[in-house]
Design a protein around this ligand. Structure first.
Ligand code: GLY
Ligand code: MN
Ligand code: MN
Length: 424
């Protein structure tokens, strides 16, 4: 086993500080595509497992006993898998044992409390409170990136930079969303990407207001905004970047104003990222910043603090400011223990509530959108009757939206913007 994995596991074991309890973490199994297709869905291991095992083979289990240490159990590679898929056989060692030995390992530890992490094993009688606290401590341990993770992340970013460069050159009126996606993803692969780290979003015109839009046949128009949210993945690590472009290459009218409002708020938010900064506060500060711009643009009316307290901003900024990213597009995001997800319209979508710390990689991704599903809703129109210039909004429902997203590594002095090489 590699030195860094030994070191990583030792760091996790220290954070767990267990004496008698044992930990199991299963990575999940292959799922067949129904209908006799002789296909399986692409296997994506649980990120808790992948962090502790550092590979993406299906059907495996990492087990930890504070008295005897770590062991991994793997199903033997079948002859058919070697024939059809070319999977190499495993080299068994003390640290990697056949899954057939797992029952005996567990029987030897009968009556010890079990934390059941990863893709939970259904037949294991686990201790729910122990599982929750072991999971929480693993999340905390995962957040600061180690050198190997950071190197993979930088490689993923480099491929992502190449993809955005190509896409930005390619965009012009007349091309389709799909063609933009193809150019972008081709370049990811050419620069070492294993795959896109999540479904690529290319939203043009009104589609730019659909937060997770799937690119299709739509043809880019002269005055369109083109929103691309994508990242290359390498060895499990993915970038998560958004840029919004003007189809014609030049800012036009209100779309340009909207772009500048988001860009200025994004730059301000990025500058504030440093150890100790509470992300929830940053989210609200950015909401106030963008609300002030919307007041200037005669979209919102009233006092900015009051507008944000009433969540009026969330009609145009209905998602959180960001999340942790790295090992998967959400990495070890979440809330610190004791912090509950708010039910407030303007806060409920926040994916992290924690102070930033050295080694974390966080996205900063404010956006402003004209989303008909929110802005034509009668209840919301009534609730925000006095806060929004509705006649002006009604004339802008086809404009789409703008999002700008970077990935920041938090450093002792502040941050390093890993995705700064992608122009905005
Ligand atoms: N790509 C989804 C997100 O930005 O969170
Ligand atoms: Mn994104
Ligand atoms: Mn994101």
């Amino acid at each position: 086993m590699s030195n860094y994995l030994t070191y990583r596991r030792a760091r996790v074991a220290k954070a767990w500080n267990l004496t008698n309890e044992i930990v199991l973490c299963h990575g999940g199994d292959l799922i067949p595509v129904p209908g006799g297709a002789d296909q399986v869905f692409r296997f994506v291991p649980d990120t808790e497992y992948r962090y502790l095992a550092d590979h993406d083979e299906p059907g495996c289990l990492v087990a930890f006993d504070p008295k005897t240490g770590w062991v991994e159990f793997r199903p033997p590679v079948l002859e058919a898998e070697r024939v059809w898929e070319g999977r190499p056989p495993f080299d068994w060692s003390d640290a990697i044992r056949p899954m057939t030995e797992f029952d005996a390992w567990l029987t030897d530890r009968a009556s010890r409390p079990i934390a059941n992490l990863g893709s939970r094993m259904p037949l294991i009688a686990a201790a729910p409170e122990l599982t929750a606290s072991v999971r929480e401590r693993l999340m905390q341990a995962r957040r600061p990136k180690d050198d190997v993770e950071l190197a993979r992340m930088r490689a993923a970013v480099a491929a992502t930079v190449a993809g955005f460069r190509r896409a930005s050159e390619y965009i012009e009126p007349g091309v389709t969303e799909r063609q933009i996606q193809i150019e972008l993803e081709c370049e990811f692969f050419r620069h070492g990407g294993d795959r896109p780290g999540y479904n690529t979003i290319v939203g043009t015109g009104t589609n730019a207001a659909v937060l997770h839009f799937t690119p299709g046949k739509r043809v880019v128009g002269e005055s369109d905004l083109v929103l691309i949210d994508a990242g290359a993945e390498i060895e499990g690590y993915t970038a998560d970047v958004t840029r919004t472009y003007f189809a014609s290459g030049k800012p036009n009218g209100f779309r340009g104003d909207l772009y500048n409002a988001v860009l200025s708020a994004q730059k301000t938010a990025v500058e504030k990222c440093k150890p100790g900064k509470e992300f929830r506060e940053l989210h609200l500060e950015t909401a106030r910043d963008m609300s002030a711009s919307l007041v200037e643009l005669d979209i919102l009316t009233g006092d900015v603090d009051n507008l944000v307290e009433r969540d009026a901003h969330a009609l145009f900024f209905p998602h959180g400011l960001g999340h942790l990213v790295g090992l998967g597009v959400r990495d070890a995001s979440g809330y610190l223990p004791g912090r509950k997800r708010s039910t407030r319209f303007g806060l409920a979508a926040l994916r992290i509530d924690l102070p930033l710390d050295v080694g974390y990689i966080v996205t900063v991704e404010p956006g402003l959108y004209f989303i008909p599903a929110l802005l034509t809703d009668e209840t919301r129109r009534e609730q925000y009757r006095d806060a929004i210039n509705w006649s002006r909004v009604d004339g802008l429902l086809d404009i789409g939206g703008v999002r700008i997203e970077d990935n920041l590594l938090i450093t002792p002095d502040g941050h390093e913007n890993l995705t700064a090489a992608i122009p905005k």
